[in-house]
Ligand binder design. Structure first.
Ligand code: BGC
Length: 755
C-alpha cells in the first residue's frame, strides 16, 4: 500500500504539500497536551485549492444548548454539549514585498512538515522564491508543552538566501473559523454555529490578548500571546481580532527570528478573571529551546516505559508509535478532563468521552503511565453526583448511571436506543477500577475513589436486573444495548451481563478488603454510602446466578434474540452501502442478524476462562461472518481473539487494518479527528494479542507468538512499580526486568522470576 507520509520510525514526514489531503494531515499533525489541542493547520491558515478545518481546543471546555426533540419524552437527555473551537493563536502570515505566502499561489519548493514523536514538535520548512526575486528559507516550529499545561509556543526563522526583500510577519489572535459539520453523518458535528462570543481583545506591548465567553456554560477562555522579537513592531486591535506586525528588510545572509509564547487559561462564572494569569503566563514562559528540552525529557521518560519495536516492518512501527504519541498527547491529566473519542485532534463526536476511555485507552495507560490512568478514573469519580442524578431520572432508586457520551458528566446522548441504553458503561468503568488496582495495588485510590464507584455501579446493576422465573431464577438484565450498536435494547447482552457480574464481585471484594486493611475508611464509606454488608451478599448471589444465553449448536447468541434475527449475508451488501448506519434506517439494521462490533468476541477476550478453546474457535468463525466492523473499535478485538485461538494470520490481518488506520486514512474520516480507541486497540493487539499478556490473580502472564511477517518484536510494560521488557522472535521470547524489585511472571504456563 502507498503510504501518504514517509516511513520513519520516529517521525511523520510529509515531503511536498498535498492540498487535497490538508484536512486529513491537519489531524495527523495535531499537537496537544491533555489540555490544549492544536490541529496541524498551516500558520497562514489557508492555501488556494485546499480545504482546511481550523481547530484549537481546550479539553473540557464546552458549550451546551437544549436538545430540540420533535417528539420529546420523559427522561431524554436535555442538553447537548459540544467542545469549543477557541481563538486561534498559532497563526503567522508572511508577506514578502506585498506578496502574501500562499502554498497554492506562490513558488514554494521543498515544502515539508515533520511531526517528531521524540521531540514532541511539529516542524515545517520550505524555500520561497518570491515574485520580487528573493529566495527565503523558512522554518517554523510549534509545540504544545507537555510539561506546562497552559503553554504552547511557535518559533519562526526566515533566512534570506539570495536577493533582497522586505518581509513582514503578521501574527494575530482571532476567533476560530467555524468548520461546516456534516448533518448526515452522526459521527460528525451536526452543523455548528459560533458557540463563543469574543468579549474583548487588546494589546499590552508585544502581548496580544483575547477573552471569549461560551454562550451557555459560563466559561471564560483567555489567551495571551507574547511576541519575542528584536524588531520594532506595531499592533492593531479590531472588533474581533488583534494583530501584531513587524517588518524587516532582508538581504542575502540576513535572518528574521520570532518566538510566540502562548498561554491559555479558563475560568467559570463566579471565579476570578484569569486573563492576568494568561498574560503573566506567556511573559514568564521559558524560551522555545527550554520548552523543547523539557518536552524531549518528558517524552524520553514516556518512551522508556512504553517502548515498542518491530523488526521487519518500519511502517507498522511508525504507526504504533504514532498511536501512542497521540494517546499521551490527548489524555486529561488533572482528574477533571478526560479523553475524547477523537482526542484533541478534531471535532468528530463533538469532543465527547465514551466507554472508549475505560475499555480501550485506559489499559494502555495502566501499563505505561499508571498515574494518568488514575487521573482518568478520578474524572469519573468527580462526575458521580451527576451519575447518581441520572440514575434517579432513569427510575433507579439507588446507584449511579454514568453517561454514554458526555464532556462534563451529564448524559448528552439524544438517541437512546444506540446511546444511553448502553448500560455497560457502568461495568466498563467498574472493570477499569478493578484493573487499576490489580496493576498498581494503589489502595489509597480504592479507599478515596474506587470503592465508591464500584458500590454505586453494582447497586445500579442490581436494581436494573431481577431474578427471572422464566429463566429458572437466574439474574437477568433486560432492555439494554451492548457495545454493538446494531443490536439495540436487547435482553441479556452477554457482554453487559459479564461486566455486571464482575462489577458485583469486585464491589463486594473491595468493600471486604477495605474493611480489613483500612477500617477507618470502611466506617467512613459505610456511612457516606449508607452501605450494609448484606448488599454485598445480594450482589454475590446475583453474580453467581447471572444468566447467559445458552449456546445453540455451539454458537453463543450475543443476546437472547440474536440468532432469531433475519440473516443478512455480508457479501450481499454493496461496498457503497457501508457503513450501514449511513445508508439504512436503524430499524432495518436492528431486525437483522448483523453486528457493527461483536460483543461475544469482546466478552471472550475479557472473560476467556469461561469458554473452551473449541468454543472460541467456533464462535470466532461465526461472528467473523456477521460483523461489518463499521466501528473502528471492532478490529482490534477480533485480532486479539484470533491470536488466542492460534489464527495468527487472521490476527495479523485484523491488526494491520487498525494499526495505521489514521495514518493511511483507511476510514476516510481522519479529517474529523483521529480514532483514539482504535489507536489504543492496536496497542492492545500487540501486548494482549501477539504478546498474549493477561493479568491473572495479580500475576502478569504472557503467551507470545511472532507472526511470520516480522523477524521479531518487543514491548515494555509497567507493572506494580516495575518496568518489564518482552522481546519475541521466531525462536521464542525473553523477558527482562528493566527497573524495580524482582517479580514472578508466568510465561507460556511456566513461572519465571525476573530480577
Ligand atoms: C462505536 C462506539 C464508540 C463510538 C465512539 C461508535 O461508532 O460504535 O462503540 O464508543 O463510536 O468512538
Amino acid at each position: 500500500m502507498k503510504h501518504p507520509y514517509s516511513i520513519d520510525p520516529w517521525a511523520i514526514v510529509e515531503a511536498g504539500f498535498s492540498p487535497e489531503k490538508l484536512r486529513e494531515s491537519e489531524s495527523v499533525f495535531a499537537l496537544a497536551n491533555g489540555f490544549i489541542g492544536m490541529r496541524g493547520n498551516l500558520e497562514e491558515r489557508e492555501a488556494a485549492g485546499a480545504n482546511t478545518i481550523e481547530g484549537t481546543f481546550l479539553n473540557g471546555v464546552f458549550d451546551s444548548e437544549p436538545i430540540t426533540y420533535g417528539e420529546a419524552a420523559y427522561g431524554y437527555a436535555k442538553n447537548h454539549e459540544t467542545i469549543c473551537n477557541v481563538m486561534d493563536a498559532k497563526s503567522l502570515l508572511l508577506v514578502a514585498d506585498e506578496e502574501a505566502l500562499d502554498l497554492g499561489l506562490c513558488v514554494v519548493m521543498a515544502h515539508s512538515r515533520t511531526l517528531d514523536m521524540r521531540a514532541g514538535t511539529l516542524r515545517r520548512r520550505f524555500l520561497w522564491h518570491t515574485l520580487s526575486g528573493s529566495s527565503l528559507d523558512v522554518e517554523i516550529e510549534r509545540l504544545v508543552s507537555l510539561t506546562h499545561q497552559e503553554l504552547a509556543a511557535v518559533r519562526l526563522r526566515v533566512r534570506c538566501l539570495s536577493g533582497a526583500c522586505a518581509v513582514s510577519v503578521v501574527s494575530d489572535l482571532s476567533p476560530a473559523v467555524i468548520a461546516a459539520g456534516d448533518p448526515n453523518d452522526p459521527r460528525n458535528a451536526a452543523g455548528k454555529d459560533r458557540r463563543l462570543l469574543t468579549v474583548s481583545c487588546g494589546a499590552q506591548g508585544p502581548v496580544l490578548t483575547m477573552q471569549q465567553h461560551t454562550k451557555n456554560t459560563g466559561f471564560t477562555i483567555n489567551c495571551a500571546v507574547e511576541h519575542r522579537c528584536s524588531l520594532p513592531f506595531s499592533t492593531r486591535c479590531g472588533a474581533d481580532a488583534v494583530t501584531w506586525v513587524a517588518t524587516r528588510e532582508l538581504e542575502a545572509g540576513d535572518e528574521l527570528l520570532l518566538e510566540k509564547s502562548i498561554c491559555y487559561t479558563v475560568s467559570r462564572a463566579g471565579e476570578a478573571d484569569a486573563l492576568p494569569q494568561a498574560v503573566d503566563g506567556c511573559r514568564a514562559a521559558p524560551d522555545f529551546d527550554t520548552l523543547a528540552a523539557e518536552q524531549r525529557a518528558y517524552l524520553d521518560a514516556f518512551w522508556e516505559g512504553a517502548g515498542m519495536e518491530i523488526d521487519g516492518d518500519d511502517a507498522l512501527l511508525q504507526g504504533l508509535r504514532f498511536n501512542l504519541f497521540h494517546l499521551i498527547q490527548s489524555a486529561g491529566r488533572d482528574g477533571k478532563r478526560n479523553i475524547a473519542a477523537k482526542g484533541l485532534t478534531g471535532e468528530g463526536y463533538e469532543g465527547h468521552t465514551f466507554w472508549d476511555t475505560e475499555a480501550y485507552i485506559l489499559p494502555v495507560f495502566l501499563y505505561t503511565e499508571p498515574q494518568l490512568a488514575r487521573r482518568l478514573l478520578e474524572y469519573r469519580y468527580a462526575s458521580l453526583p451527576k451519575a447518581r442524578a441520572r440514575a434517579r431520572v432513569m427510575g433507579h432508586p439507588r446507584g449511579a448511571l454514568f453517561p454514554w457520551r458526555t464532556i462534563d458528566g451529564e448524559e448528552c446522548s439524544a438517541y437512546f436506543p444506540a446511546g444511553s441504553a448502553q448500560y455497560h458503561i457502568d461495568g466498563d468503568i467498574a472493570l477499569a477500577v478493578r484493573d487499576y488496582f490489580l496493576v498498581t495495588e494503589d489502595l489509597d485510590f480504592l479507599a478515596a475513589y474506587g470503592a465508591e464507584i464500584l458500590v454505586e455501579t453494582a447497586r445500579l446493576f442490581y436494581d436494573l436486573g431481577f431474578f427471572s422465573e422464566a429463566k429458572g431464577g437466574r439474574f437477568v438484565l433486560n432492555c439494554v444495548t451492548g457495545p454493538d450498536e446494531y443490536n439495540v435494547m436487547v435482553d441479556n447482552n452477554v457482554y453487559t451481563n459479564a461486566v455486571a457480574e464482575e462489577n458485583f464481585r469486585s464491589a463486594a471484594a473491595v468493600m471486604a478488603l477495605i474493611k480489613n486493611r483500612r477500617p477507618e475508611d470502611y466506617v467512613r464509606l459505610c456511612a457516606a454510602l449508607d452501605y450494609a454488608p448484606s448488599e454485598a451478599d445480594d450482589w454475590l448471589v446475583a453474580a453467581e446466578r447471572m444468566y447467559y444465553p445458552p449456546a445453540r449448536d455451539g454458537i453463543y447468541p450475543q443476546d437472547d434474540g440474536f440468532l432469531e434475527r433475519k440473516p443478512w449475508p455480508l457479501d450481499s451488501i454493496p461496498a457503497e452501502m457501508r457503513p450501514l448506519l449511513m445508508h439504512y434506517h436503524g430499524l432495518t439494521i436492528y431486525r437483522h442478524r448483523i453486528c457493527k462490533q461483536a460483543d461475544l468476541i469482546l466478552a471472550m477476550t475479557l472473560f476467556g476462562e469461561r469458554y473452551s478453546l473449541e468454543e472460541k474457535k467456533k464462535n470466532f468463525a461465526f461472528y467473523d461472518s456477521v460483523t461489518t466492523h463499521d466501528s473502528s473499535l471492532s478490529m482490534a478485538v477480533f485480532s486479539i481473539l484470533a491470536n488466542e485461538i492460534g489464527e495468527t494470520d487472521t490476527a495479523y490481518r485484523y491488526f494491520m487494518s487498525c494499526a495505521r488506520l489514521d495514518l493511511d486514512d483507511m476510514h476516510h474520516n481522519t479529517k474529523d479527528g483521529l480514532h483514539m480507541a482504535n489507536m489504543a486497540g492496536a496497542w492492545n493487539c500487540m501486548t494482549k494479542g501477539f504478546g498474549g499478556m493477561r493479568c491473572r490473580d495479580g500475576t502478569l502472564c504472557f503467551a507470545p507468538v511472532c507472526p511470520p511477517q516480522w523477524k521479531g518484536y518487543a514491548f515494555r510494560v509497567r507493572f506494580r512499580g516495575r518496568t518489564i521488557e518482552v522481546r519475541v522472535g521466531a525462536e521464542g521470547a525473553s523477558y527482562r526486568l528493566l527497573s524495580g524489585e524482582p517479580i514472578a511472571i508466568i510465561a507460556d504456563g511456566q513461572t519465571l522470576t525476573l530480577s
